[in-house]
Design a binder for this molecule. Structure first.
Ligand SMILES: C[S@@+](CC[C@H](N)C(=O)[O-])C[C@H]1O[C@@H](n2cnc3c(N)ncnc32)[C@H](O)[C@@H]1O
Length: 258
């Protein structure tokens, strides 16, 4: 992989530097083999009631760029700023969503107070060591009247998945710092917001994405096309076969800042 010189890298000026470096290292190693594919359209895209054209949108923890890609597709005149701590993810996002990401820690978002109209942060809050700090940062950068969409995972009492986190606890993703135990626990983070809209959805596992990733890890395929499940009709049809993960749900909260 070639490393472009024009990726925006935010230099961290923080007393959290030790913890940030260890998160970076962990997420970077993980990014190498846990490839993010573009595929299903994120649920929020057709549900939000704001026109994002000519608005500033921030995609926090953008990963492979799925949110940025679909936002740009629906709102071509939006100004989308993806941010991720992982260099590999930033490169992929740039390739997939044709936007220039910023490499930075979202616990110190490198944007001015009240400068953003829409914040999206999907499947990231469970990765950060301090979820309350992330919510404060979102509130800081969001303008009054701005909208936020945050998603995460709820782990029910009888939830099971085959992966484990670094403490050996079964987890949907080994880089999760936590998984919320209930809808209320997650909603409490957003207590300062009114007009919550909360949606929960089942989380399903795609065996074909899993096999594709495994083939990449084993060197059977030498490179991964992140858009393969979006653009290849055959793979796209295979993606429809999914297995529900027992006890796990995705939770999405959408609120406006007063
Ligand atoms: C599960 S992925 C979600 C990606 C994308 N939002 C999506 O929904 O597909 C989590 C992403 O959060 C990023 N991340 C984790 N901790 C972060 C932090 N402190 N600052 C910025 N990005 C972070 C990871 O590098 C990874 O790309």
């Amino acid at each position: 992989m070639t490393v472009p010189t024009n990726l925006n890298i935010h230099l961290i000026n923080s007393n959290r530097i030790g913890s940030i470096l260890s998160i970076m290292d962990y997420e970077e190693k993980y990014s190498k083999y846990q490839v993010h594919f573009l595929g299903d359209k994120p649920g929020f895209i057709d549900c939000i009631d704001v026109d994002l054209n000519h608005k500033k949108v921030v995609d926090l923890g953008c990963g492979g760029g799925i949110n940025s890609y679909y936002i740009k597709e629906k709102y071509p005149h939006s100004q989308v700023v993806p941010i991720d701590i992982s260099h590999i993810r930033c490169l992929k996002c740039r390739e997939n969503a044709h936007t220039m990401p910023i490499k930075a820690d979202i616990l110190e978002i490198p944007l001015r107070d009240a400068s953003v109209d829409f914040v999206v942060c999907t499947m990231v809050i469970e990765h950060v060591p301090e979820d309350n700090v992330l919510v404060e940062e979102i509130s800081r950068v969001l303008k009054n009247g701005g909208t936020l969409v945050v998603t995460s995972v709820i782990k029910g009492k009888y939830a099971w998945y085959f992966r484990k986190n670094k403490d050996g606890i079964p987890a949907l993703d080994p880089t999760h710092a936590r998984e919320y135990g209930s809808v209320d626990e997650f909603k409490k983070l957003f207590i300062d917001y009114r007009n919550h809209q909360v949606v929960t959805r089942k989380i399903a596992f795609s065996p074909f994405r899993f096999l594709y990733r495994a083939a990449y890890r084993l060197g059977i395929v030498s490179s991964v096309d992140s858009k393969a499940f979006l653009t290849n009709g055959f793979l796209n049809n295979l993606l429809k076969y999914k297995i529900n993960i027992p006890g796990y749900q995705e939770i999405e909260i959408c609120c406006k800042k007063d």
